[in-house]
Ligand binder design. Structure first.
Ligand code: 5GP
Length: 174
């Protein structure tokens, strides 16, 4: 299955996730971390990032609505599945596949902060440069990319391409 041009190769992703995992492990030394994957896109990032985290770690998942069948943000964020874990007084690391408008990030952060975590930070594999409609302070960013719509490594277009081992730019004419 091909999806246009390869933007970030499998090797680059693996190397960057290793670096991010090492950085996270240093930052949370002596703590137990609750890693929260934002479904569905983050499942691959989370699995590969987690293998490089060396502090004690628990996992949980949230599911939020994304763009539906469109490739543009609607600005409406909906929780489809909430956390199972209580996060009060816990160190929470949200793992995202991509931050585009930042509206999902902003909504998740505001919602989860109300539950009184000891700390909450976000790690994202991809950040679209200059596309944010709200201020975004993501502590761990894998790669900064342009405004193009990307697929692969967990990211879909109409639910396809999530299994690609690289990040590709969708060929709209394919
Ligand atoms: P935001 O709320 O930051 O605009 O968008 C977050 C969500 O939109 C992501 O978790 C992802 O599901 C989706 N998204 C944003 N940009 C892209 C993209 O280039 N490709 C894909 N497949 N999904 C995207």
């Amino acid at each position: 299955m091909e999806a246009g041009r390869v933007l970030i190769s499998e090797e680059h992703i693996a190397r960057r996730l290793r670096e991010m995992g090492e950085e996270i492990s240093r930052d949370y030394q002596g703590e137990t971390l609750l890693v929260v994957g934002v479904l569905r896109g983050a499942f691959m990032v989370m699995a590969d990032l987690a293998r490089h985290i060396t502090v004690p770690v628990e996992f949980d998942f949230m599911a939020v609505s994304s763009y539906g069948m469109s490739t543009k943000t609607s600005g409406v964020v909906r929780i489809l599945k909430d956390l199972d874990a209580e996060i009060t007084d816990r160190h929470v690391l949200l793992v995202e596949d991509i931050v585009d408008s930042g509206l999902t990030y902003d909504y998740l952060l505001r919602t989860l902060r109300l539950r009184g975590p000891a700390s909450i930070e976000m790690a994202t594999l991809l950040m679209k440069e200059g596309m944010q409609q709200v201020p975004v302070e993501t502590k761990y960013v894998g790669f900064t990319i342009g405004p193009e719509f990307v697929v692969g490594y967990g990211l879909d277009h109409q639910q396809l391409y999530r299994n690609l081992p690289y990040i590709g730019v969708l060929d709209e004419h394919a």
